[in-house]
Design a protein around this ligand. Structure first.
Ligand code: SF4
Ligand code: SF4
Length: 446
C-alpha cells in the first residue's frame, strides 16, 4: 500500500500531531553524572536478573552487578564508578516495587569508561554471539525492553529471510532514534551488519518515516556500497509496531498469535544497533541510552544520553525543571507511554522519552455516546472492531470479546485517538484483556 508522497505504508492507522519540532534538530547531549543511581534488575521482559554484588562493594563503570535469571533475561551493569549503597525493594516509574540496586557515584571519579579492544565477532559461533549479547544487557530500545539475544537465537528450521531495522519512531514528540540515526549512522549500520551476519539474514532493510529524511540520507550514505537498503515510509501511527512495519515494507501479514520469525523476519530498533556496535567494538554494555525530554511543560527540551538508573527528577532539573501548570509526566510516547507515578524513580533501559504535559493536553474531553461513525474501525490497523470491544467491556461481557479477538489488540490507542465521541476505547479493551487473563489463570489453577 502507498500513502502520501507515494511511499509505502500499512492500511488504516492514524496521524496524530507529530510535535517533534522541539527536539528533532537538537544534537545529542550528555546528562551530567549525579550522586545516586537506582537499577531495578527486572526492567526487561522476562525473568528478573540476580544481583551478584553486595552492599559496600566498589564498582567501576560497566562492571556486572546482576547476572541473567534465565534465558529470557539479561545482565545489568553499573552505570557509574561508585559503591553499592543498598539492595532492596524500590518503587519504579510505574509505582510498583521491584528489586533494585542503589549505587552511590564516586564524587572524585571522572566517570570515564575504560574501553576494551574490539571483539572478534567473525570467529564467534552463533551461540557465543547470543551469549555475548545477553551479557551486554541489550534490550530493544524502542520501549518494550525485550531481550535482544532472544531474537538472535534463531532455530535452524526458521531461516531469516529479512532483517528489518525499525527507524519509524512513530510516537509523537520522540526523537531519540532520529538523532542517533543522524549523528551515529555509521554505528547503526555497523551494528546492523554484525547482527545480520550472525543471524544469517539473506537481506537487510532499514525503514524510516519520511519526517526524518536527514536520517534516511545519513543511513544511505553510511550504508553506501553495502547490502543494506534504506526505505522511506509514509508517516503514520503505529508504523513502529513490528507487524505494521512488515506490512508497510513487504505487504506481508504476520498471522495473529505468530511472531515475525514465523514468516522469516526479525525486527529490531535502530538505536539498539548503535548500542550493539558500541558493545562489540569497545565493550560498552547497555549502561546508557538516549532519552527525549520534551512536551509543553518542559522548559528546555533535549535529547539526552542518560545513564540507566538516573533519577527522573535529576533529568527534569537538568532540563530547567517543569512549568508550574504541569499535570502529568509520561515515560515513553504519549500514545503508548505510562504516567510516571514517582519522579524519584529511575530512567530505565526502555525509557525512550520523558514527556511533561499541562492541563491543556491532559484534560480528557467529555464523553458522548457512540454515533456509529466507524472511525475507530478505520483507525485499527489490525482490523478489529474497537467500538464493539468497548461495548462488550462496559457490559462486562469479556468472554464474548474473545470472539472479537480482543487479545490481539496491541493497545496502540489509535482507535481512542480517532473517536469523535471521546470514548476511552483502549482503556476499555485493556480491562477486557485483563479480565480474560485472570479468567484463564483461574482456569489453570482449577
Ligand atoms: S488499541 Fe487495539 S483496537 Fe484500538 S486501534 Fe490499536 S490495535 Fe486496534
Ligand atoms: S469512533 Fe467512536 S463514535 Fe465512532 S463508531 Fe467508533 S466508538 Fe463509535
Amino acid at each position: 500500500m502507498k500513502g502520501a508522497l507515494d511511499l509505502p505504508t500499512f492500511p488504516n492507522g492514524v496521524h496524530p500531531g507529530e510535535n517533534k519540532e522541539r527536539t528533532e534538530r537538537l544534537p545529542l547531549e550528555r546528562m551530567p553524572f549525579v550522586s545516586r543511581y537506582s537499577i531495578p534488575v527486572g526492567q526487561h521482559i522476562g525473568a528478573p536478573a540476580k544481583p551478584v554484588v553486595e552492599k559496600g562493594q566498589h564498582l567501576r563503570r560497566g562492571d556486572v552487578i546482576a547476572e541473567p535469571g534465565g534465558f529470557v533475561s539479561i545482565a545489568y551493569h553499573s552505570p557509574v564508578t561508585g559503591t553499592v549503597e543498598e539492595i532492596g525493594q524500590r518503587r519504579g516509574p510505574n509505582g510498583q516495587f521491584a528489586l533494585t540496586i542503589d549505587i552511590t557515584a564516586d564524587p572524585y571519579s571522572a566517570q570515564r569508561f575504560v574501553a576494551g579492544s574490539a571483539m572478534d565477532v567473525d570467529s564467534m559461533t552463533q551461540q557465543e554471539f547470543v551469549a555475548r549479547v545477553q551479557q551486554s544487557g541489550m534490550v530493544g530500545l524502542g520501549g518494550a525492553a525485550f531481550p535482544s539475544h532472544v531474537k538472535y537465537a534463531v532455530p535452524e528450521d526458521k531461516p531469516v529471510e529479512h532483517f528489518v531495522l525499525n527507524g519509524c519512531e512513530c510516537e509523537p514528540y520522540l526523537t531519540c532514534d532520529h538523532r542517533v540515526m543522524v549523528e551515529h549512522a555509521d554505528a547503526v549500520v555497523r551494528g546492523t551488519a554484525i547482527v545480520a551476519e550472525k543471524i544469517g539474514a539473506k537481506a537487510t532493510h532499514i525503514g524510516v518515516e519520511a519526517n526524518k529524511m536527514d536520517a534516511v540520507d545519513a543511513l544511505r550514505s553510511a550504508a553506501a556500497g553495502g547490502a543494506i537498503g534504506v526505505q522511506a515510509l509514509t508517516v503514520k501511527y503505529p508504523q513502529g509496531a513490528e507487524k505494521m512495519l512488515i506490512k508497510a515494507m513487504f505487504g506481508l501479514e504476520v498471522p495473529a498469535g505468530k511472531l515475525p520469525l514465523d514468516i522469516g523476519m526479525i525486527v529490531n530498533n535502530t538505536g539498539t544497533m548503535a548500542s550493539i556496535a558500541d558493545y562489540f567494538d569497545r565493550g560498552l554494555p547497555l549502561i546508557e541510552r538516549v532519552v527525549t525530554v520534551s512536551g509543553p511543560a518542559i522548559r528546555r527540551p533535549a535529547n539526552l544520553i542518560t545513564p540507566i538508573g538516573t533519577p527522573i527528577r535529576a533529568v527534569l532539573e537538568h532540563c530547567g525543571g517543569l512549568h508550574e501548570d504541569t499535570r502529568e509526566v509520561v515515560m515513553g510516547g504519549p500514545m503508548m507511554g505510562v504516567t510516571i507515578a514517582d519522579i524519584d524513580a529511575p530512567v530505565l533501559k526502555g525509557t525512550s522519552g520523558i514527556l511533561a504535559f499541562t492541563e491543556n493536553e491532559t484534560a480528557w474531553p467529555k464523553e458522548y455516546t457512540c454515533i456509529r461513525c466507524a472511525r475507530c474501525l478505520e483507525a485499527c490497523s489490525l482490523f478489529l472492531n474497537p467500538s464493539r470491544l468497548g461495548k462488550l467491556s462496559r457490559a462486562a461481557r469479556h468472554g464474548e470479546a474473545l470472539d472479537y479477538h480482543v487479545m490481539d489488540c496491541m493497545e496502540c490507542g489509535a482507535c481512542s485517538y480517532a473517536c469523535p465521541s471521546a470514548i476511552p476505547l483502549v482503556h476499555l479493551i485493556r480491562i477486557s484483556k485483563q479480565a480474560n487473563r485472570e479468567q484463564a489463570a483461574r482456569g489453570k489453577g482449577a
